[in-house]
Design a protein around this ligand. Sequence first.
Ligand code: BGC
Length: 763
Amino acid sequence: MKKLCLLGLFVSLASPTVLAATTPAPLENKDAFVNNLMKQMTLDEKIGQLRLISIGPEMPREMIRKEIAAGNIGGTFNSITRAENRPMQDAAMRSRLKIPMFFAYDVIHGHRTIFPIPIALASSWDMDAIGLSGRIAAKEAAADSLDITFAPMVDVSRDPRWGRTSEGFGEDTYLVSRIAGVMVKAFQGAGANTADSIMASVKHFALYGAVEGGRDYNVVDMSPVKMYQDYLPPYRAAIDAGAGGVMVALNSINGVPATADTWLMNDLLRTEWGFKGLAVSDHGAIFELIKHGVARDGREAAKLAIKAGIHMSMNDTLYGKELPGLLKAGEIQQGDIDNAVRAVLGAKYDMGLFNDPYLRIGKAEDDPVDTYAESRLHRAEARDVARRSLVLLKNQGETLPLNKTAKIALVGPLAKAPIDMMGSWAAAGRPAQSVTLFDGMTRALGDQSTLIYARGANITGDKKVLDYLNFLNFDAPEVVDDPRSAQVLIDEAVNAAKGADVIVAAVGESRGMSHESSSRTDLNIPASQRDLIKALKATGRPLVLVLMNGRPLSILEENAQADAILETWFSGTEGGNAIADVLFGDYNPSGKLPITFPRSVGQIPTYYNHLSIGRPFTPGKPGNYTSQYFDDTTGPLFPFGFGLSYTQFSLTDMALSSTTLNKTGKLDASVMLTNTGKRDGEAVVQLYIQDVTGSMIRPVKELKNFQKIMLKAGEQKVVHFTITEDDLKFFNAQLKYAAEPGKFNVQIGLDSQDVTQQSFELL
Ligand code: BGC
């Protein structure tokens, strides 16, 4: 069979010489169906199924269709409309065995309607809201012919220097695990084989959030106990929730790249956890095994990856090029290839594609006339989820909510920033459809609007940073730079502020600053914007900071300068309306931080659930020889779980139903929650447990449960949590997951720091 190599793609010029008889397969039995199909496949057809290619605008469509018809491609990503994908599926239907293609995309926090970025979703601590965002994302993606998403991203991240902190659900194992399960179920709906659902592939397996120094793509060196205890549970939760796929991480783990790690992929994922789904490499990761220095060349890279059970190779041609030779030389076995093919076909079966290859593509006559039609968006849901994700960090003298009759100066480079509002990984979201803060506030004020706007500053005054952020976007730079001098911009904003009763400053990061490959050495708001804040403060007008950013920032100085601070992350298509709802008091903020805010970058890591130590810093009793930085206050600026409301809540009368717990028993921890303020509002009551003495050092506390509760002004409610032995289990030095008898402290609070405590004994 003669092949033509063009752009790295192999085009078959003739049909396979030996055509197996195509016998109808029993569709009702997955294993039998897949086995039957595999018996009919040639080696080339099998290897073709392992190729996952990205469809860029520059790709020659005609050639791709030829490739597909020749059975050389298993699936694509980045082609995201029915009209684009239908001809590819038609091509697959012209292939010898008519094996359907699947179409994938990074649907991370919405598809056409963009919801808040994942770290913001986590800030809602609202599983219904998070689930709703995932369900709508799946429906919209499926309606655009997509079958599978590379999400959820459940990498626990405790180093905000890492740009992909924005894409995950924060620092806490329990919270991230809960969300992992919710997201998988939301994406997959009634089943990954249903027309309005997409398959979830959890990523990045594994430990990507722990890259050294927060430097993207870097190494991870971690003890097995820490892995099992802190970093692996969210992936496990996603798999237990039924995730059909896994995307393998780009980093190495203890000296072995995940893409070549047979322990990770085979022993842990498949044998120990029982995962039977599809494992996809990350972009170009198989080729990168050469760069990691574990493979001499492409041949060895392909061998390592297939042996580790990486089923599909994303955007490299190594499997196609190398697997036949490796098989012939006996360096890999037919079984290695067959396992991978079986997984790809199995996933396609699970996506319902053998039953109907056009399940999500539908009929041409039903294609949307306008892909971007407003009617295809879910604005009301996006607005509600977004406002639930906003975190009020400071509100001195009840500066917020704002009075609609007040004269407001709206300043800052993020006040009119539709692209940034959507955050990174904004899928098919359209900037023109996203509501900026300016739009949202203007609409909220209606005819009475006295909003005075001034830009005030550029995102950054550093040309090198600007160029980096606009890399690949030079034609229409994503980060707009106002050519006026910094002083002119500031003067204009100060003038606007002087004529106003209150200043709202939208400051922080552009979305590209919190993205893949966007690691930072400092967590400050860029200097250009800090200068603006200083000048605004000097006007003496009340100052409200609306932060937009994808990671915790170190805002010690700004916290002192501002009267109120609202953390809005990047809140999506309806962000401007949602933020306006909170600023004007039409919605009472209820978000809580899913990640600690450090005072300075030097404090990192600052996660709340660190291990106990021999010489802990004791507040009020400083002095030498305790664990602290002597040049700054110890502790975070804002702790994990923190967030204010326009009302106040108190927790009183904490009680445990018993001072002992049997291994098979239950304990009730209760507390009286009272809304002591004047507005209705939601509180997040958080339950932490500390294992006081164990065979290994245990964390000072760990989140084990929480409830988000709405109370009317003045209303009270007794909140109950059930504690069982399961909540007390941990991985010991032998990696055995068990609870150990002894004393446990139970802490209940409205954040991780300010808690009341009771103790019990596990018998
Ligand atoms: C990212 C993945 C993503 C993939 C495909 C990679 O660079 O690490 O998270 O799914 O690209 O877009």
